[in-house]
Design a binder for this molecule. Structure first.
Ligand code: ZN
Length: 248
């Protein structure tokens, strides 16, 4: 008796094999020179099902270098394996994060601050839109940005592709790492400053993250994606402040 769930070798999957053969014949007969495998909604299954098709596709000369695999958020497990199979010359990541790889690659070359030329850190549009003061909000547009981390530089967010940049006065909060930042927040969600963390270490004897968080209220109700200038969890910045306090 076969189990209700689980994989079984159904004699080489005759139905799928039939489909594969039909497909290969059709490619041979017709004027087809590109092939797209759409795995966007493929959440997985038995990988061996696809192997015969992959092998056959890979052996067709006129399709060499012209086989594309589309993957998406739902692609998983066997679906991902198929997507990464030897046939996949190119992966079109179309469905959810549209050409995410291409976009990030293009932006990597654009990560130098237009003023000080130092390397910026990538920040999502959502964060930048929230932190730029309201009158400049419209000029933020839809792109992601880089944040200039240079202490002496007045530039905060920049995007060299669109030629847009914002200085320290054009954002709602002081960037903790910039010169003369005041107050110097380490947790932007709970508005806890470096000074408060250092006080907790020196005056109250806290020497670990847990105690510091308890004493200062940092990281309570956090929404760092929105409030932190990097759009990231402030954990690391708090740790740096603790280290600073411990070294005093
Ligand atoms: Zn700069």
């Amino acid at each position: 008796m076969a189990k209700r769930y689980g994989y079984k070798d159904y004699e080489n999957y005759p139905v799928f094999q039939k489909f594969t053969d039909g497909l290969i014949n059709e490619i041979a007969d017709k004027n087809i020179d590109k092939f797209v495998v759409d795995l966007r909604n493929n959440t997985g299954g038995d990988s061996s099902l696809m192997t015969a098709l992959v092998d056959k596709l890979a052996s067709i000369n006129k399709l060499k270098g012209k086989i594309y695999v589309m993957i998406g958020r739902e692609t998983f497990s066997s679906g991902v394996m198929k997507g990464e199979f030897k046939l996949s010359n190119k992966v079109l990541d179309k469905c959810c994060c549209k050409s995410a790889n291409e976009a990030s690659q293009a932006m990597e070359e654009n990560n130098l601050c237009p003023v000080c030329k130092s390397k910026g850190i990538k920040v999502k549009n959502y964060t930048v839109s929230n932190l730029v003061i309201d009158i400049f909000k419209e000029s933020v547009g839809a792109a992601d940005y880089y944040l200039c981390m240079k202490e002496q530089c007045d530039i905060t967010y920049f995007n060299n592709e669109t030629g847009t940049s914002f200085n320290k006065e054009q954002v709602k909060v002081p960037m903790w790492f910039k010169k003369d930042a005041s107050p110097k927040y380490v947790c932007y969600c709970s508005k806890v400053t470096e000074e408060q963390v250092i006080d907790a270490v020196i005056k109250d004897g806290a020497n670990n993250m847990k105690d510091v968080l308890k004493l200062t209220g940092a990281m309570k109700n956090s929404n760092c994606k929105k409030n932190n200038p990097l759009g990231k969890c402030c954990h690391e910045i708090i740790q740096e402040a603790i280290n600073k306090g411990l070294s005093i």
